[in-house]
Write a protein that binds this ligand. Structure first.
Ligand code: RIB
Length: 308
């Protein structure tokens, strides 16, 4: 049986709006379409991993409104274990996702039930988290919930610090890997190394190495169409992972597909570089279809090749 991945994180309904161009302040523009789809960084990562064949358990919460049904659609369909998802009185997390004609998105998140995924709620799932080979967390639930998940982890802890919320240093130093984009990497460095002057000229390689120097065991820095960088204490090296060439329709949740795929591969015993190479192809695939979870590949889908 595949090793067990537990995702502790957010579950949202995404109101996904397609526009030709974004409105300027004070301006009204016509939209092309609007759909409510399943989303949330935690749920996206859990569904991505489950569709790729991992044995996944989701820890999180939805509300008791109509959006809860949409938010749980793919969680249900992907076959992952959602017996640890609480249904609480009040609204489900809601994301307003605006997708432009280039497939780029901007997102506003109203957390709703995700705000209840705190240390206490996470501790109620202590046994499941302790027994996981891989635990995945992000920054869309209260910091106390993510910190509790880290403290209960006995396996490998993947921390996708998106958004880059403030967490105790020891939680960030447990990340193996810490998955961040360039902007999040700068924010984490500023928090861990307040003495360091943010440099506009620092290369991605230098940023990744600076993160390793703070004591984080490994870092994966995602760079969109440029691929990603893998940096590891163990080898001391930084490896470039290319992206795949695709026609992007909607990049919503592509980063989450990347993290879900990474978790699947690490739970399977792959090296971090091999896992990132596979994840890069999965993330690229997710850009070729609209939505987040609705765009994710299964094990049977052909993934685009990397630009090696
Ligand atoms: O990463 C994409 C996700 O961010 C969306 O699905 C939305 O729910 C927000 O959480």
């Amino acid at each position: 049986m595949a090793a067990h991945v537990v995702v502790v994180g957010s579950i949202n309904a995404d109101l996904s709006v397609q526009v030709s161009r974004r409105p300027a302040p004070g301006e009204t523009v016509p939209g092309d379409s609007a759909l409510v789809r399943p989303g949330g960084k935690g749920a996206n990562q859990a569904v991505a991993a489950a569709l790729l064949g991992a044995q996944v358990t989701m820890v999180g919460a939805v509300g008791d409104d109509a959006n809860a049904t949409v938010a749980l659609e793919q969680i249900d369909a992907s076959g992952l274990d959602h017996t640890h998802v609480r249904r609480l009185p009040g609204p489900t997390g809601l994301a307003i996702v605006v997708v432009d004609e280039h497939g780029e998105n901007s997102i506003i998140v109203i957390p709703g039930a995700n705000l209840s995924v705190d240390a206490e709620l996470v501790a109620q799932n202590a046994k499941t988290i302790r027994e996981a080979a891989v635990v995945v967390a992000q920054g869309e639930i209260p910091a106390s919930g993510t910190a509790q998940a880290a403290s209960l982890t006995t396996g490998r802890f993947i921390l996708n610090l998106a958004p880059a919320i403030s967490l105790p240093t020891e939680v960030i130093r447990q990340a193996d890997p810490l998955v961040v984009n360039e902007h999040e990497a700068e924010l984490v460095l500023a928090a861990l190394r307040p003495d360091r002057h943010a440099s506009t000229t620092a290369s991605h390689d230098e940023l990744a190495r600076a993160l390793l120097e703070t004591g984080i065991p490994s870092v994966v820095m995602t760079l969109g169409a440029q691929g990603s960088l893998v940096a590891e204490q163990q080898t001391g090296g930084v490896t470039t992972v290319p992206s795949a060439t695709i026609a992007s329709v909607d990049s919503t949740g592509a980063g989450d597909a990347f993290v879900g795929a990474l978790a699947t591969q690490l739970a399977d015993g792959q090296s971090l570089v091999e896992a990132a190479r596979f994840a890069s192809r999965v993330g690229a695939f997710a850009c070729t279809r609209p939505g987040a979870q609705d765009s994710y590949p299964t094990r049977n889908d052909a993934l685009p090749p990397l630009n090696d």
